[in-house]
Design a protein around this ligand. Structure first.
Ligand SMILES: Cc1cc2nc3c(=O)[nH]c(=O)nc-3n(C[C@H](O)[C@H](O)[C@H](O)COP(=O)(O)O)c2cc1C
Length: 351
């Protein structure tokens, strides 16, 4: 067993990436039961939904699982920026025949807090992971109080050192290829972001805790290569998006299997923070990084009706089609089969 398998209590050195909005407990249960670490993304769940998903996990597996939260600083609403954002989206609203003044502003994702920590304590998950840094130290200590291991994503060497100093038990090195939100939290300068194979060895040298490689890993050769660079394990997201246990929308599934999936970009137009998705109409027409987009997650509110309208018409023109740069590992097979395929041939590195 390598140090990561010992730390996480799993048979395989593989974490199924938590992916808010496209999966729930079913995917996590399938991966944990297959020997990996299944993850439940909690960023968009109400307390009641989180409780029922945790109950489903407890009923579905006796193995270790991970629960993932965002821990961003809540934004200060800015009326001028909201107005600029609505002005930028107004032509799309007019085209769709929608009323932009009827859209309530507001946050769609709340950061991890005391209420979620109390709920988690009832279920005592073995692993809790965070995106965008770590919560306040008393919350980290609360999570560790029942023996949970704490993980978080680093996108630079500086972030990795910060996470280690603030109590992370292992660090996810999230390379630029990764789908979904960049976990960046010490900088908002996207030019600091580097690819997985440049990032992993640098973070391995900089910290003493196990390093987990994430971003663009889509098959067993990619897993083995990341481990040859010093990673103790991998976190794989995009490759799981076509699994029947994921809740990925039909439009998103079609896009992932099309030629369009070869062109992804970092964009802030869906939430206000840079995230990687398949380039679509709204990204092309607004520009992928819009200065008008309100701070995370406030940009989401005014985009949501356009997304719903587009999806009703059968298009993903306004939908966040999150994907990493390497969608070629996406296969419509059960998550257990995919987990086994990804870790095939690891030989002595598997328990
Ligand atoms: C659809 C999607 C949603 C994601 N949502 C989350 C999330 O809720 N929390 C999180 O920590 N990471 C999230 N991520 C990022 C993953 O943790 C991970 O860094 C990424 O999937 C790895 O790169 P890959 O997609 O190329 O495998 C998401 C990724 C995708 C593709």
């Amino acid at each position: 067993m390598n140090p990561l398998q010992t730390l996480l209590g799993t048979e395989l050195p593989l974490i199924q990436a938590p992916m808010a909005g496209v999966q729930g407990s079913a995917l996590a249960i399938a991966v944990s039961n297959a020997g990996g670490l299944g993850s439940l993304p909690a960023a968009m769940l109400t307390p009641d939904a989180l409780r029922s998903e945790l109950q489903a996990l407890r009923a579905g597996t006796t193995r270790a699982f991970n629960v993932n939260f965002f821990c961003h600083t809540p934004p200060v609403p800015d009326a001028a920026r909201e107005a600029a954002w609505r002005a930028a989206l107004a032509p799309f609203y007019a085209e769709a025949g929608l009323d932009i003044d009827a859209v309530p502003a507001g946050a769609s994702r709340v950061p991890f807090g005391a209420e979620a920590a109390e709920l988690l304590a009832e279920f005592r998950p073995a692993v809790v992971s965070f995106h965008f840094g770590l919560p306040a130290s008393e919350l980290v200590q609360r999570v560790k109080s029942w023996g949970a291991r704490v993980l978080s994503s680093a996108t630079t060497v500086e972030e990795a050192r910060w996470l280690e100093a603030h109590g992370a038990d292992a660090i996810i090195a999230q390379g630029l290829e990764a789908g979904g939100h960049r976990g960046m939290f010490l900088t908002d300068d996207v030019t600091t972001q580097v690819g997985t194979f440049a990032l992993v060895p640098q973070i391995v040298r900089a910290v003493d805790v196990p390093v987990i490689a994430a971003g663009g890993i889509a098959d067993a050769a990619g897993v083995a290569a990341a481990m040859a660079l010093g990673a103790a394990g991998v976190q794989v997201g995009t490759a799981y998006l076509l699994c029947p246990e994921a809740t990925t929308s039909p439009i998103h599934r079609v896009a992932l299997q099309s030629d369009a999936a070869r062109h992804t970009a970092l964009t802030n137009v869906f939430t206000g923070r840079p995230a990687r998705g398949i380039v679509n109409r709204v990204m092309r027409e607004l520009g992928v990084m819009s200065a008008a987009a309100p701070a995370f997650p406030l940009a989401t509110a005014a985009m949501a009706p356009l997304r719903a309208h587009g999806e009703q018409q059968g298009n993903g023109d306004f939908s966040p089609l999150w994907s990493g740069q390497n969608a070629c590992g996406c296969r419509a097979v059960g998550a257990a089969e995919l987990t086994r395929a990804l870790t095939q041939g690891l030989g002595g590195q598997v328990a």
